[in-house]
Ligand binder design. Structure first.
Ligand code: B12
Ligand code: SF4
Length: 315
């Protein structure tokens, strides 16, 4: 049963459209407990106070989902070579697509789960509790991906898959069955420090990990209210997210391939709009064009303010 279920999961995951799938035993993440605690104590979470809650569940899937024995992890490549016009305010690649990745990955995870139930029985899952995760729950997604043999956590703190690089989303499905587990991949960053050196705000540190308050991604998307004054001169043109520590990574330069997912086809306006179109964008236009897009995360008002910082700072 273990072997056939594991083989079924991996085969079906790729048929459904995931780019990679792996499985890990749902243990307590003992090695991460101290690091996570000190990361929070140093204030690296900034105002994302949700990261302070449910710490024990975050480290222990068995506390999050009763009966969970294994963690199925899937990756979905979102790399794109589409380029915005040179003067346009920069949007991180993960938000280029017309449909928010949360929606797509959750649907595909449900599809995978239904297949497992049909072939192996409803007792594979805890139907009483949420067990499909993308981003929104206390789950150490990168660590699970690493444990499931899908890559290593780079110095830029992202999961780097040896075949597709780091421009990939992670999805997690917790299952109440034992599986044949994958071997973790060893760290292949070596002595390279390109991401650390390239980060314009020095958000990436070797000792503490990522200092969120310094990260352009945090400042332009998650932070409520205005972008911190000392970060404004270093936004490097970004108004939503940031790709700098991934763009410079040699694994991405070597391995990243344009994704083949129709859901991630770049929104036409992102390819066409220059400075003026973004500066004069109205809320109704934003709502219509980016109706289902990940770009809605920051909200229209914050995006508009971010664009203003980029263009009006010199005037
Ligand atoms: C909060 C969050 C953010 C915050 C904080 C980022 C951060 N590095 O933690 C902000 C808003 C800044 C952010 C930005 C981005 N994010 Co984000 N984010 C998350 C979220 C919701 C939680 C991450 C978290 O738990 N952070 C807490 C810290 C402590 O975790 P950590 O650094 O991974 O450390 C853990 C391990 O790595 C390990 N560890 C790390 N260092 C060390 C050192 C030692 C000594 C030890 C023992 C252990 C250890 O221990 C920790 C506990 O397990 C995840 C989804 C999820 N639920 O996991 C997405 C997620 C990480 N984000 C994602 C993405 C795409 C991004 C951006 C690229 C978006 C963009 N283009 O702007 C940037 C990248 C910034 C960066 N370089 O990390 C993807 C990453 C996919 C991938 N390939 O890795 C995720 C997984 C979402 C998803 N489902 O796909 N994000
Ligand atoms: S996303 Fe940008 S600001 Fe954040 S750590 Fe990477 S390079 Fe630095």
């Amino acid at each position: 049963m273990k072997a056939t279920l594991t083989a079924y999961i991996k085969k079906t995951a790729t048929e459904i459209g995931f780019d990679a799938a792996g499985v890990a035993q749902a243990d307590y993440l003992a090695e991460d407990a101290a690091f996570y605690k000190s990361w929070l104590e140093s204030g690296c979470q900034a105002e994302m106070t949700y990261l302070e809650r449910n710490q024990e569940k975050r480290l222990n899937p068995g506390l999050l989902v009763d009966g969970c024995k294994s963690v199925i992890v899937v990756l979905m490549n979102y790399f794109s070579e589409s380029e915005q016009p040179s003067q346009a305010p920069k949007i991180a690649k993960y938000a280029f697509g017309s449909i928010d990745y949360h929606t797509i990955i959750k649907e595909k995870l449900l599809h995978l789960e239904n297949g497992i139930i049909e072939n192996f029985g409803a007792d594979c899952f805890n139907s009483e509790q949420q067990h499909r995760f993308v981003d929104s729950a206390p789950v150490m997604e990168r660590r699970w991906a690493q444990r499931a043999g899908l890559g290593w956590i780079g110095k830029n703190k992202l999961l780097i898959n040896p075949e597709i690089g780091s421009f990939c989303f992670i999805g997690v499905l917790m299952i109440n069955k034992e599986l044949e587990y994958d071997e973790p991949v060893r760290d292949r960053c070596g002595s390279c420090t390109r991401c650390l050196d390239a980060c314009p705000t020095k958000a990436l540190t070797r000792q503490k990990g990522l200092i969120s308050a310094r990260c352009i991604s945090y400042q332009t998307i998650e932070k409520k209210g205005e972008i911190t004054e000392e970060i404004r001169p270093d936004l490097s043109g970004y108004v939503f997210g940031c790709d700098i520590c991934q763009d410079v990574c040699p694994w991405n330069k070597k391995r990243a391939k344009v994704n083949c997912h129709s859901e991630f086809i770049t929104v036409d306006e992102i390819l066409r709009w220059g400075k003026n179109e973004w500066l004069t964008m109205k809320q109704e236009e934003f709502n219509r064009i980016f109706k289902n897009s990940a770009l809605r995360r920051s909200g229209f008002q914050k995006l508009e303010e971010n664009i203003s910082y980029e263009y009006r700072k010199d005037t």
